[in-house]
Ligand binder design. Sequence first.
Ligand code: NAP
Length: 249
Amino acid sequence: MSPESTRLQGRTALVTGSTGGLGVAIAKALAAEGARVIVTGRNKVRGDAVVADIRSAGGGADFVAADLGAGEDEIRRLATAAGDVDILVNNAGVWSSPEPTANITEATLLESYRANVVGPFLLTGALAPAMVARGRGAVVNIGSITGLIGGDKSALYNSTKAAVHSLTKSWAAEYGPAGVRVNAVAPGPIATERAAEAADHVAPVLARIPSRRMSTPEEVAAAVVFLAGDDAANIHGAVLSVDGGWAAV
Ligand SMILES: NC(=O)c1ccc[n+]([C@@H]2O[C@H](COP(=O)([O-])OP(=O)(O)OC[C@H]3O[C@@H](n4cnc5c(N)ncnc54)[C@H](OP(=O)(O)O)[C@@H]3O)[C@@H](O)[C@H]2O)c1
């Protein structure tokens, strides 16, 4: 089977955290539009399986192992291995379960910020200049509804995602004039295999939001494909909610 569409033919997309969860759906959706996808994460077994799935569906993909929390040498190594990247999706991130601020140690704080903020910051800094030099490119950051609102005992995770939204707007200002668009998707709860972990936390919310349900990974991936492609040619610095209406009500 060949890719379903050719909207992203000839482009290379790097999707962080594409060894599991939402990132797998994003990698597959970009490949289905013709992009060659670089799958990355720490787990080679799961990464190789995603690559095999994409190839067996007629798409192009390769795996590069990297730990985005390991600092700038590791991130530079990933960027070098990736080569010319046209689409960067900063998806990898870690969720922190609700915890009183006073209980959060410096180590936990730094671990979360390393994965959710420092990693995307350094990787974008490593890849965007080459996009600027070519005069085109797209970066899509995965933020969260939690970056748009406050949350009881959620200061850590919510603040990392607010930082992702803020970076999206500053990078739009920095890179947009050179032809590189930077946008974000802000998902609400997503029905991934790990959704059960947050089920108690999100149940009261789902009961009152317009759609009354979580998003599927494919619904969030569709928004990423839109922002990465030419249909979004004049969209810069947007934070697109895919949250069943949570942010609106
Ligand atoms: N799930 C939700 O309901 C939800 C809602 C809103 C926003 N989001 C956001 O969506 C994104 C994906 O979430 P998810 O639910 O799909 O998470 P997930 O199932 O836990 O998957 C996280 C992915 O990130 C990778 N990853 C984590 N730490 C990493 C590190 N230090 N270095 C490299 N890769 C790392 C993991 O790969 P390895 O294990 O192979 O390293 C995995 O592929 C995150 O940014 C999250 O904040 C999720």
